[in-house]
Design a protein around this ligand. Structure first.
Ligand code: DAT
Ligand code: MG
Length: 146
């Protein structure tokens, strides 16, 4: 794992609203490289580890209902300063505070339907990649996340 990798996920509302392609395009245009991609139905167990700091929050049951309401498109992106830069591209947690030009600012309105996930730190990115993906050597020259 490298600090040049970060997970980005399209949440169920983003998939349902057909935003997967647009979201991928934003990160490709910026210059990041897609190194992992899969569609999956998140389980309660996976989410309780992913959102382990939030399980006691009053909104947590709603968060799980939302995150399990349909498939998620989970990705890993690679590139210079990708954790911080992708987080900036995604925008603040609450779309009401997200500037236009950010994914959340352009595509969403409400904190409980904020379209994408991005990690907020290198440590968090590493932890989440390990939780959601396996890394495999695809050839002598590169590794991919599956
Ligand atoms: P982020 O997704 O920007 O990293 P977070 O890690 O603090 O934000 O929270 C994870 C998700 O939980 C967030 O995308 C939406 C939901 N959430 C956070 N705060 C919330 C709140 N006050 N009310 C409802 N949902 C909230
Ligand atoms: Mg977070």
């Amino acid at each position: 794992l490298s600090s040049k990798d970060t997970p980005i996920s399209v949440k169920p509302d983003g998939v349902q609203r057909r935003y997967v392609g647009q979201i991928i395009q934003r990160f490709e245009k910026r210059g990041f490289k897609l190194v992992g991609l899969k569609m999956l139905q998140a389980s309660d167990g996976l989410l309780s580890q992913h959102y382990r700091e939030l399980v006691k929050k009053p909104f947590y049951p709603n968060l799980v209902d939302y995150m399990t309401s349909g498939p998620v498109v989970a990705m890993v992106w690679e590139g210079l300063n990708v954790v911080q830069s992708s987080r900036r591209m995604v925008g603040p947690t609450n779309p009401a505070e997200a500037p236009a030009g950010t994914v959340r600012g352009d595509l969403s309105l409400h904190v409980s339907r904020n379209v994408v996930h991005a990690s907020d730190s290198v440590e968090g990115a590493e932890r989440e990649i390990k939780l959601w993906f396996e890394v495999v050597e695809a050839s002598a020259f590169f590794w991919i996340y599956v």
